[in-house]
Structure formats: C-alpha cells, structure tokens
Design a protein around this ligand. Structure first.
Ligand code: NA7
Length: 540
C-alpha cells in the first residue's frame, strides 16, 4: 500500500469533498444527526458548489425556486424568501450561505482547499485525502459531494493561446463579471448555458456572434418576480410540494399528464401545448406522459416547438440554422430561456453554423471557420462540462490495492446505486453516475442520498461494522439496469449528449444517469438497506 507524504491531522470520522447543496446537507446529516466529527473541504472561497462557479450572464436555475431547495427543515422553508420564479446564481449563493449560517456549518468547512488525491489504506481502514496545498486529512468515511457539472470543458481548439483578446468558460466565470460594453463577442455553445447567456450578452456587446454546432429546442422560462401572494401560496403548500417532488420521476413539483400525446385530437394537443408554452418552463415536457418515451409522441412536441421558433425568428437564414435540430425534444437536457430565439432578431446578433463550416482554429484576432474569419475581442465558451465522472476523475482516487478509480472506470463508470464503487470501501458518491442525479431536481436527489448515506453509516456504527463495499456483481447488475432504464426512453437516441459522455473526445460512451425515476430508485435503495445492505460486503 503506497503512502502519501505531507501534514496529517488526527483521524476524522468523515471527510466530505465539496460545499454545494450536497456537501452542506451531508454535513448536517453526519454532524448534527449522527454526532460525527466531520471536515468539509471546498475549493471555492465560499459555499455554493455549482452556483459558486457558474456566474455567467443570465445564469439561472431551470427549476422553480420553491422546488429547488432543501425541504428537511420546515423552519428553513418558513424563514427563507425566494424573490423570483427561477433563482439566479446570486440568489442561490445567498440561499446556501443563509443555510450554512442558519445551521452553523462553516466551522466544519475549510475553504480554498482543492483536493488532489484520496487514497484508501486497507490496514488502517481509513481514507487519506491530500490537498493542493499539501495538507493531509484522514477519515474513516469519505463522501464525494463534488457535483455533476463542475469540471469545465474547454474544447481543445488549435490556436487558443494565440488569441489576443480575453476568453472565459461560463462555468469558471470571473467573480467581478465581464464588461461586454462595445466588445465583439463570440460565444461557442448553445446548450442550456449558451441559451441563457446569449440574450444578456447581446444587451451590452457591440456584436454577439453565436457559434452553433447543434441546434437546440428551448421553451420560454417566463421568469418573473414572485408576488407576495405567490410567496405565501408556496409556503403554505410546502408539504404538498415536497410530497409531489418525491412522487414524480424527475423530482418536479408537477405530475405528468397521464394521457398520451397520441390519444387526444390534434386540436386538444395543440391547445395543451399552447397552454404549456404560455406557462413556460420544464413543465412543457410533462404536457403528455410519453413525450420523452415515444418517438411519434415526441415529434408532436418537437414540431410544435419548431413552429414557434420559426414564428419568432424573422431572418429566414438564421431560422433555418436554428431549426436544423437533429435529436428528439428532451433527449438532451431541454433548455428553458428568457428571450433566446428573440435575440436573433437584433441587428447586433449573428449566428454561425459550425456544423456546416466547422471552426478550424482560433487566431489572434478571433475565430476562423472553414469558410470565414470572425474578428472578436472576447470568446465565451458555453461548452459544458466533463459531466458526472469528470469531477471525480480529476482527483487521484485509489481504493483497495492501490486501484485507481480512473482504471476501474476505464470503460465507463460502474457503480452500485450510484453510491459506491467496488474496490473503494467506505467511499460514497453523492449523485454519482448510476443515480438519478441530473435527471432529477438536484436537491430532491441530494436529500435522498444524504439521508441514505447517513443511515448506512449509523447502521455500521451500531452494528460494529468497519467497512462497506459494493460487490462487483451487484454493481454490474445495477449498470445493466441503468442501461435498461435508459433504453426505455428516448434519452439514448441523442448520440451527442453529455448524458452519454459524448461531448468529451475519448470519453467512454456510457449512459451515466439513472433514468428509471426517483421514486423507483428510492424504493430500491430502501429495499437494499432493509435487507441488511444487500449487494454490499459489510465487514468488521
Ligand atoms: P451542454 O448542454 O453540454 O452544451 C454545450 C454546448 O457547447 C453544446 O451546444 C455543444 O454542442 C457545444 N460544444 C461543446 N463542445 C464544442 C466544441 N468543441 N465545438 C463547438 N461546440 C461545442 O452544456 P451547458 O453548460 O449548456 O449545460 C449543462 C447543463 O447545465 C444543462 O444541461 C443543465 O442541466 C444545466 P453539441 O450539442 O455537443 O454539438
């Protein structure tokens, strides 16, 4: 067993990596409910996780504020006041900071601390975590609460280093913002992020050029300030909302229409889509139960959205590029927007189809594609993340016999319930690959994980169990089930989605999140626990 050098502190009960939604809740579960000695290590200088880093213009959650929050504390629900239908990044940081103060969490969080490695010592049955600054921490349990979308993907485009202007990735945005006034801005990427950023950048930039590789659907978010009446309404309904978020497959506060899109008349269908379009937001996907399940049903929604895009975008050339969508609606994460398609009607916004004429290189004055050069002062990479596995694999994690996580996952991530990896005892991954994670409203998934992990550790302590480790055969079976669940949906039909790791060159193409729905997943986790942690090896 190799050892690491560096300063070592006394053995802790648990180390949590990350102080976002998941790390904070795990700290509450382990410290306040089990009385453990816990240390949280966080790269950022404050709490927030995803929302600490994603400060790009227009950054906003795509889930309604009253549903994108913790539900474990009725007092917290009562005390916190959301201001808008969808919280922006700053409001989410304020919320998480409020939570951290409310529950006195900061005393157990060490900020400005990037974890570089985590090695398991079999003889001592401990994990030793090392930081960039050379510090070491040792604990019995290690919880990776590192988020799913926290490793920025800056594509390796030749010539970036020669660019004379400034460039930024949306997921690593400067804290003091970027002034676009009078600047020629190029933005690469039209996922949820690019779609949020474009209209805001266009307001101040002298010119915005959007480089689109894959056209995307988007539904109007219809964000607005919450009236006093709504604020009261959501608070009064909090228990009911909580119940619904635990019963619906994706953790949303609304239930899908039980009807198929194909069982109603064309007039009824059109009316339902119009109503959903006017209401805005993710609920559009729930207009009929089979939109993300059935190709023909999906096409009814897709055709409706395409028609709307064609109505909004005045320039036929831009409209044609925006309408060249190659996947089913919802097969990739469906964005919601605040004026995305409308922004292409501005004189200072142009659109470049880089599927037709790919980017060849970045030059000192801007971007060169196969057929033109675009002079730019600023390049914004809205190019997404090395999702789900990226944040784990950028740390050197080694389990039993020095097994590297990177080697264990060479052909793609294999986990049991998205919570544990065979060969890595006492390491828990929150919202890991193989769990509902990004297919569920995050705080809903996070509360389930935090509570399950805490109950598991509690069980171990009460039963004198020193070690818990997923059995390889249980993990293999789970991965098979994850694949089956994905194959029941249209999610696997989008060949270039980050759900499959397809956005990162060389990454194994494996469908990573669990698409079987949160209630089914929760039930499975509960059954596993009730059966004495079936599928895990427990040892003294
Ligand atoms: P996404 O959804 O991964 O979108 C990234 C966008 O960047 C997408 O349009 C990509 O095109 C484009 N992209 C990525 N790499 C390149 C290269 N090399 N060249 C050109 N274009 C590229 O990330 P987001 O940040 O928008 O959203 C992530 C999640 O955050 C979102 O799903 C929500 O859950 C919140 P592509 O489609 O791959 O052709």
């Amino acid at each position: 067993m190799a050892t690491q050098s560096g300063k070592t502190t006394g053995t802790l009960d648990a180390i949590i990596i990350g102080a976002g939604f998941s790390g904070l809740y795990q700290l509450i579960c382990l410290r306040d409910r089990l009385g453990l000695n816990v240390q949280v290590l966080e790269t950022g200088s404050a709490v927030g996780g995803t929302w600490y880093w994603n400060r790009y213009p227009g950054a906003r959650c795509d889930v309604e504020s009253y549903a994108y929050c913790y539900t474990f504390s009725p007092e917290l629900t009562e005390e916190w006041e959301w201001s808008e239908r969808y919280p922006d990044d700053a409001e989410l940081r304020r919320y998480l900071d409020f939570v951290a103060d409310r529950f006195d969490l900061k005393r157990n969080i060490q900020f400005n601390t990037r974890v570089t490695s985590a090695w398991y010592d079999e003889a001592a049955n401990t994990w030793t975590v090392k930081t960039e600054a050379g510090e070491s921490f040792t604990a019995k349990y290690l919880i990776a609460a590192v988020g799913c979308l926290s490793t920025a993907n800056v594509p390796r485009i030749a010539g970036l280093e020669s660019f004379a202007g400034h460039w930024y990735h949306t997921g690593e945005w400067p804290h003091d913002g970027v002034d676009f006034t009078g600047k020629r801005v190029g933005m690469i990427g039209t996922g949820s992020t690019g779609i949020q950023a474009a209209p805001v950048i266009a307001e101040t930039a002298s010119h915005l050029t959007v480089f689109q590789r894959t056209a995307n659907y988007s539904i109007p978010a219809r964000n607005a300030a919450l009236s006093e009446e709504y604020k009261r309404f959501y608070k009064e309904r909090a228990p009911e909302i909580r119940k619904t978020t635990r019963e619906t497959p994706n953790g949303y506060p609304f239930k899908p229409n039980p009807k198929s899109a194909l069982e109603v008349t064309p007039e009824e269908r059109e009316a339902a889509y119009e109503e959903a379009w006017a209401r805005g937001g993710m609920q559009f996907r729930a207009t009929f139960r089979d939109i993300v399940l059935h190709k023909e049903a999906n096409e009814t929604a897709a055709a409706f959205i395409r028609h709307k895009i064609a109505q909004v975008v005045k320039d036929p050339k831009k409209a044609a590029i925006l309408l060249d969508i190659d996947h089913a609606y919802g097969a990739k994460r469906p964005p919601i927007d605040n004026g995305y398609f409308e922004c292409f009607n501005r004189d200072n916004v142009s659109l470049v189809d880089i599927k037709a004429a790919p980017i060849e290189r970045i030059i000192s004055s801007g971007i060169r594609t196969a057929d033109a050069e675009y002079p730019l002062d600023i390049i914004v990479f809205a190019t997404g993340f090395d999702a789900m596995t990226g944040p784990l694999l950028r740390m050197d994690i080694r389990g039993r016999d020095g097994l590297r996580l990177a080697d264990a996952w060479e052909a793609g991530p294999t986990t049991y319930l998205g919570l544990q990896v065979a060969g890595f005892p006492n390491l828990f991954t929150m919202t890991g690959p193989g769990s509902p994670s990004v297919l569920c409203v995050m705080p809903v998934a996070i509360e389930q994980h935090g509570e399950w992990i805490a109950s598991c550790i509690d069980y171990m302590r009460k039963n004198d169990i020193a070690r818990i480790e997923a059995k390889p055969e249980a993990a293999e079976k789970w991965v098979e089930h994850v694949n089956e669940a994905a194959n029941e949906t249209l999610l696997v039909t989008a060949k270039h989605s980050w759900y499959l790791g397809a956005n990162i060159p060389g990454k194994p193409r494996v469908f990573m999140p669990y698409a079987g729905g949160m209630p089914r997943y929760r039930q499975k986790c509960d059954e596993v626990a009730a059966a004495g942690y079936e599928g895990f090896v427990l040892s003294r």
